[in-house]
Structure formats: C-alpha cells, structure tokens
Design a protein. Sequence first.
Length: 158
Amino acid sequence: MSLAQRLIFPALVGAVVAVSVLYWAPEWVMPPAGQTGNMTTLPAPGKTGSPGNPAVTPVAPGEWSGPVSYSRAVQAATPSVVNIYTKKLIRTKVHPLLKDSFFKRFFSNLPQPKERIESSLGSGVIMSRDGHIITNLHVINGADEIQVALHDGREATA
C-alpha cells in the first residue's frame, strides 16, 4: 500500500465520521439553542462597582461582545517580564591524544584551541519589589555576565 493510500483512507473515514456526527448528533458538538449553560461574569465596560455590589454583566459562553483577547492580561503582565542576556566564555578543548608527541607529527596543522564568547537570550519575571527575578536555570547556567532589560528600556547587570 502506498503512502498516499495510507494517508487518504484514514482522512476520508475521519471526514465521513465528522460529517455524520454533525448531521445526526449536533448536540454532541454544540449546545442546544437557548441553553445558558455555565454563565461567566465580565465587568461591564466603563462601569465600576463596590465590593458588595460589583458592576458585572453575566455573559454566556459564545456571547462575547467582541473578539476574545488576552490584551488586558498582557498589558497587566508586561511590566514584570524581562529579557535576560547572558555571555559565557567558551574554551575549545584539545583531544588528549593530540598532546602525545606521536600524534602531534600527523595532526600538528589542526587549529589550536580558541576562546569565544557565546551570547544567549532568555526571559524572566520580576517577582518582588526588590528585584528578584524567576527564570529557567538553562537561561543563566554557567553565564559569566548577566544583563537584564526591562520593558521600559532600562537595563541592569545582575
């Protein structure tokens, strides 16, 4: 059986099953019309409320007033997200056999060990007012120099 036949047959069966479910059992995929289901409360635009009487409007899933967006969450979190730039000195090593005088005769023209600076970029989150940052270990592991860039353009050496 060819690759095309092995891919087309399962795709065709899947499409037939999907169309059949949508035609004969649409309630499996979409809630029936008029069902309110779980209600989600969202703040009404331009209104503020008190702790005892919050100004929220119940909205059923699928009845959003605009496109779903994470922009509010992103705007709130952006000031605490930082870029972390690291630099590490890398020294290339010579294979131990190449230090032997016998092998030196044959491989003396190989490049000598060099040093280079490897730079890397990662991200982190400021977790406290005094500037503690949480990041993954691989971002800073073995780094010789760490530079932190804040969202507003400020930079600091860590």
